[in-house]
Ligand binder design. Structure first.
Ligand code: UD1
Ligand code: CA
Length: 479
């Protein structure tokens, strides 16, 4: 067998800084597990990194509540490095030295900046490799630079170059630097050549207001060692925004939602008051569907064309066909809805509900692990659990499938064309035959043959004058 040729492509790793507690969030939970756009912050960074390198080349540096953080993103298949004590962003990379030894370059991402686009990371990588830099950092010019480290560029005469002299943290700015009103900030994303990084990183000191080892100080160290340190400015300052407070978390979540709505609208979906809708990034909607205000479309939800999703509906991981109407307040999870069905207002589809073409599920109807055939109707106040319902079945108001006896769950089968009268209790396991009738208020415990009528209720008796006699005995004249 021929040996594969050794590739000259540089080996690139991604390190994601995720060990901090996030003190400014005032939370018991690790910062990187707070959610924006329905995903933990760390997951956004991983997803962006996955567009550049395989999962095996991504390392999250974890520390605060490390086990919980690892568990939350374990499915992504990335590696982890434990930073037992969080002694600063520079220290975080020191502890990753062994994991990174097998690579030529490392891209360093902040675990708390979820808006970063893979295209931007790719530009950072390409610029870094092309210019043969030891360190390339991403910068931005936000409206308000407060709290960020500032980039000091080298000047050649009157010309400002792309070479970096130092990154100065806000608290360490000299009075003269403060006066200079430096607007260009360090975005917290870097590319390093692994060799020079680890040749110099041990010279970091904690001589700063936080007494931490700052990764940002590596810029000046490398510069003094005559290594190339350059800066790449992002066009869009909002993309690198990090989260330090709950208010920032809310703002970034809103931005992620805006992005999702904008993409759907560009693809032909009408969304009224998109700022009130919560749509996850993975959701797809076909053209000419109309989404009303205050709708949530979550997870892996897919919606067909010409649907109408009315207000206050919350849809998670559902597959919805074409021309479906969700009236206001439909809540549904892990379910399927075929073309032309009409649901709600106020229905609840739980996992494994499968609603057939043109079927009708009305108000206060709950379904779970239930198939409803083409054209069937359950319009009011009903529970259908573990049920198989054929085509053109009418399920009367208040019908309940009694699927649970306290120990096990059992199935109810209702065959095509059957008619279930209102307020029937169908005690599973039970089968209602094709075209059969169940009388209203029946409790059905035995199978009903096709085309039969089943009555399972007490016979009505009339006691003439009973009420009047009772009133007179109590001394009351009339009702
Ligand atoms: C950092 C930069 C600052 C930059 C800003 C961009 C430093 C010293 N400063 O400041 O120049 O403008 O990001 O957002 O790097 N972390 C660890 N281990 C630690 C400390 C932090 O993993 O020991 C992680 C945090 O969990 C976080 C990231 O590193 O995900 C950044 O740390 P943070 O404390 O938020 O740094 P900033 O003050 O925002
Ligand atoms: Ca930060």
């Amino acid at each position: 067998m021929k040996k594969p040729a050794r590739s000259n492509a540089p080996r690139i790793a991604v390190a994601i800084l995720a060990a901090g507690k996030g003190t400014r969030l005032k939370s018991r939970h690790p910062k990187v597990l707070h959610e924006a756009g329905s995903l933990p912050l760390l997951q956004h960074a991983i997803n962006a990194a996955r567009q550049l390198v395989p999962a095996a080349d991504i390392f999250a540096i974890v520390g605060y509540e490390a086990e919980r953080v690892q568990q939350a993103v374990a499915a992504s298949g990335i590696g982890f490095v434990l930073q037992r004590e969080q002694r600063g962003t520079g220290h975080a990379l020191m502890v990753a030295r062994a994991a990174l030894a097998a690579y030529d370059h490392v891209l360093v991402l902040s675990g708390d900046a979820p808006l970063i686009r893979p295209e931007t990371l790719a530009r950072l990588r390409d610029q870094h490799l092309e210019k043969r830099a030891a360190m390339t950092l991403l910068s931005a010019v936000p409206e308000d630079p407060t709290g960020y480290g500032r980039v000091l560029r080298r000047k050649k005469g009157a010309r400002v170059t792309d070479e970096v002299v130092a990154i100065v943290e806000e608290k360490s700015l000299t009075p003269a630097q403060r006066k200079a009103n430096l607007r260009e900030i360090n975005a917290g994303f870097y590319a390093f050549a692994v060799k020079p990084l680890f040749a110099h990183i041990d010279r970091l000191t904690t001589d700063n207001p936080h007494h931490e080892l700052y990764l940002t100080d590596v810029a000046a160290l490398l510069g003094k060692a005559r290594e190339r340190v350059i800066v790449l400015a992002t066009e869009d300052a909002t993309e690198v925004l990090g989260i330090n407070t709950r208010a920032e978390l809310a703002r970034l979540d809103a931005r992620l939602r805006d992005r999702a709505c904008a993409a759907l609208m560009a693809a032909g979906v009408t969304i009224f008051r998109p700022e009130t809708c919560v749509i996850d990034a993975g959701v797809t909607v076909a053209a000419d569907t109309v989404i009303e205000p205050f709708v949530q479309l979550l997870g892996t939800t897919q919606i067909g064309a010409d649907c109408r999703i009315r207000s206050y509906s919350v849809v998670r991981n559902c597959e919805i066909g074409d021309g479906v109407t969700l009236l206001p307040g439909c809540v549904m999870t892990d379910s399927r809805i075929a073309n032309g069905a009409i649901l709600g207002p106020y229905c609840h589809l739980r996992q494994g509900s499968d609603i057939g073409e043109g079927a009708r599920i009305g108000n206060f109807v709950e379904t779970k692990k239930t198939r409803v055939g083409k054209g069937s109707k359950a319009n009011h106040l009903t529970y259908l659990g573990d049920a198989e319902i054929g085509e053109r079945v009418n399920v009367g108001a208040g019908t309940i499938t009694c699927n649970y006896n306290g120990v096990g769950k059992y199935r109810t089968v209702i065959e095509d064309g059957a008619f279930i009268g209102s307020n029937a209790a169908l005690v599973a396991p039970v089968r209602i035959g094709r075209g059969a009738y169940v009388a209203a208020a029946s409790c059905i415990t035995e199978d009903v043959p096709a085309d039969a009528l089943a009555l399972g209720r007490a016979r009505q008796t009339i006691k003439e004058g009973w009420a009047k006699a009772k009133r007179e005995a109590a001394g009351k004249k009339d009702h």
